[in-house]
Design a protein around this ligand. Structure first.
Ligand code: TXD
Length: 325
């Protein structure tokens, strides 16, 4: 009898499972595979759809020349032993809708999807993407019982990318020179911090007058809505997928990157028992550290108002899920 071939640990490719193979999920699958970061499993409720997308992405390998495997499925068993689980399942916004209008429909989907996936990958890091982001991250965390540092809400990288884009366009400089930080919820009360935005190390406040900065901050706050209104069906997915991919890369390559992400707060910034966007150090353990910035009164008030709104929506979600405390 021949024995099974010897398989050293390094033979095991990292595995990323994406729950929800819609626009964001499938674009993310492409980015992760083509960047050679991990094998990908895409799961969706729609029969045949993730399988078809996975086959299409596998066939692209004949041109793209990478060896990552992409699997499409409707069965959670196929997601087992993932290193990272990403939840993009749910409904996107339609024109005229706020992200918060999605609480009811998405809370049930996200809670169940997170629970099903983590039951099969109990050591995974969970990245939540579905809107309303800050509330859904809490729902997923509660449904799985994972340690809070292993649950990350991804939105701040996207919001900061939008802010950077508008600054680069306004100044006519390369986006590569720009760094930005956006705190708070992924909604209309998010707090793009002009004071912490730099252009090749120069504070933005030295390069633009206040009305111009205010205009770019407002455009950032409504960046998602601007795209929803233009597209009419569906919402943004290229920049969101790039932003999730950066999060995955920071974890799998243990990069210790400092980025804004929705993290569970236990007193940081004076807030407790909610997920909200703050600067985080990301590495192989997930959120390895929350960085507390020294905010001005105006910035702090804006951040607290954003946190208050998330708490209100959280109560709404808990009531819907029958867990009102
Ligand atoms: O920065 C961010 N966090 C965001 C979030 C940026 C962009 C999009 N954002 C939100 O992500 C958006 O508001 C939605 O809530 C999600 C997914 O957006 P996407 O544009 O990908 O939506 P799609 O194309 O409608 O895809 C959703 C998929 C779709 O294929 C459904 O069939 C599937 O989710 N779905 C499910 N999959 C598995 N299990 C269940 N229960 C399920 N329900 C729906």
């Amino acid at each position: 009898m021949t024995s099974a071939p010897f398989r050293p640990q390094f033979c095991k490719s990292p595995r990323v499972s994406i729950i929800g193979a819609g626009k964001v999920g499938s674009t993310l699958a492409q980015r992760v595979a083509e960047k050679n970061l991990a094998d990908v499993v895409m799961l969706d409720v729609v029969k045949g759809m993730p399988q078809g997308l996975a086959l299409d992405l596998m066939e692209a390998r004949g041109v793209e020349r990478h060896d990552r495997r992409i699997v499409g499925t409707n069965d959670y068993e196929d997601t087992a032993e993932s290193d990272i689980v990403v939840i993009t399942a749910g409904r996107p916004r339609k024109p005229g809708m706020n992200r918060d209008d999605l609480i009811e429909v998405n809370a049930k989907i996200v809670g169940e999807a997170a629970q099903q996936a983590i039951a099969r990958s109990p050591d995974a890091i969970l990245i939540v993407v579905t809107n309303p982001l800050d509330v859904m991250t809490y729902v997923a965390w509660e449904a799985t019982g994972l340690p809070s540092r292993r649950v990350i809400g991804m939105a701040g990288i996207l919001d900061a990318a939008r802010f950077k884009t508008f600054v680069a366009m306004e100044l006519g400089v390369s986006i590569q020179e720009i760094n930005a930080m956006v705190l708070g919820d992924h909604g209309n009360l998010m707090v793009p911090l002009a004071r912490y935005c730099t252009v090749s190390g120069i504070p933005l406040t030295e390069l633009m007058d206040r009305p111009t900065i205010d205009r770019l901050v407002e455009r950032t706050r409504h960046g998602g809505t601007e795209i929803v209104e233009l597209m009419q069906t569906g919402s943004a997915y290229f920049a969101p997928a790039s932003s999730i991919c950066l999060t995955i890369e920071a974890i799998l390559l243990n990069q210790s990157r400092i980025v804004p992400a929705a993290a569970y707060l236990e007193g940081e910034y004076g807030l407790k028992d909610l997920f909200l966007g703050v600067p985080c150090l990301l590495g192989c353990g997930g959120i390895e550290k929350i960085i507390e910035l020294d905010l001005t009164d105006e910035e702090r008030q804006a951040f607290l108002a954003s946190g208050k709104l998330v708490c209100e929506h959280l109560e709404q979600a808990k009531a819907i899920l029958g867990k009102s405390s």
